[in-house]
Ligand binder design. Structure first.
Ligand code: G3P
Length: 217
C-alpha cells in the first residue's frame, strides 16, 4: 500500500519524506489556503521534495478552462498529478489528459458508480472520501469495498486512493480491503507508529540496560 500525505505543508512533507516511507502527496484548494502559500510555487516545491505523484487541483469547472489550468499545473514538474472534480466536464478532461500521458486524480468521489465512470475515463487515481461519508452516517469503507470489487471485476488499472482519512483505523481497513493508496494528514500517519506497549517496553529495556553499565561502542 502506498502512503501519500494530504497536506500542502512543506516542512511536514520534508520531515516525512526523510523517513523513506512517503510515496506521494495530495493537495486541494483548502489545504493550499491553509498553507498560506502561492499555489504554483508550493506545488513546484513539493514536487522537488517527493519523487512520487503530487496531486494539484484545478479550480475551473468547465472543460476548456480545466484543460487550460491543467496545462499550467502539469508543466510545473514531471511528477505533477492533475486533480479534477468528479463531474462530467472533469471526466471529459480526464480522458483527454490521460490520453496525453498526464497523471490524473479524480477527486470528490462519493459513490461506486462515480468511481466506475472515473476508471472508464482512464483516471490514474480515484479519490473516494471516507471521512466525509462517515460524517453523514454512512460507512465510508463500504464504498472502498464496492470500488475494489468493481475495479477487480473488470481489471481497471485506476488506483483506489482513499482520501478524507481521519484516523489509523481508516488506514487499517483500507489495507484489509486492498486499496492501493491512502492519503492522510501527517498526524494520522505518525499515529500509525504509536502504541503504549511499545513505549512501556522500550522504557523497561532501557532501564534494564542501564543496570548492565554497558555501552555499545
Ligand atoms: O484531499 C481531500 C481530502 O482528503 C479531504 O479530507 O478531512 O477535508 O474530508 P477532509
Amino acid at each position: 500500500m502506498k502512503f501519500f500525505l494530504d497536506t500542502a505543508d512543506v516542512a511536514e512533507i520534508a520531515d516525512f519524506a526523510a523517513t523513506g516511507l512517503l510515496d506521494g502527496v495530495t493537495t486541494n484548494p483548502s489545504l493550499v489556503a491553509k498553507s498560506g502559500r502561492n499555489f504554483l510555487e508550493v506545488v513546484k516545491e513539493i514536487c522537488g521534495i517527493v519523487s512520487g505523484p503530487v496531486s494539484a487541483e484545478v479550480v475551473a469547472t468547465d472543460y476548456d478552462n480545466m484543460l487550460r489550468e491543467a496545462d499550467i499545473v502539469r508543466n510545473l514538474a514531471p511528477n505533477v498529478c492533475v486533480k479534477l472534480p468528479l463531474t462530467m466536464d472533469g471526466l471529459k478532461a480526464c480522458r483527454k489528459l490521460t490520453g496525453e500521458g498526464t497523471l490524473v486524480n479524480v477527486t470528490l468521489c462519493f459513490s461506486a458508480p462515480q468511481a466506475l465512470l472515473a476508471a472508464k475515463a482512464g483516471a490514474s487515481f480515484i479519490s473516494p472520501f471516507v471521512g466525509r461519508h462517515d460524517d453523514v452516517g454512512f460507512d465510508g469503507m463500504d464504498l472502498i469495498e464496492d470500488i475494489r470489487l468493481i475495479y477487480d471485476n473488470y481489471d481497471f488499472a485506476t488506483e483506489i486512493l482513499v482520501a478524507s482519512v481521519r484516523h489509523p483505523v481508516h488506514i487499517l481497513q483500507a489495507a484489509k480491503i486492498g486499496a492501493d493508496v491512502v492519503t492522510a494528514p501527517p498526524a494520522v500517519l505518525r499515529q500509525l507508529a504509536n502504541h503504549p506497549l511499545t513505549d512501556r517496553g522500550l522504557t523497561q529495556f532501557l532501564a534494564d540496560w542501564a543496570k548492565t553499565g554497558q555501552t555499545i561502542a
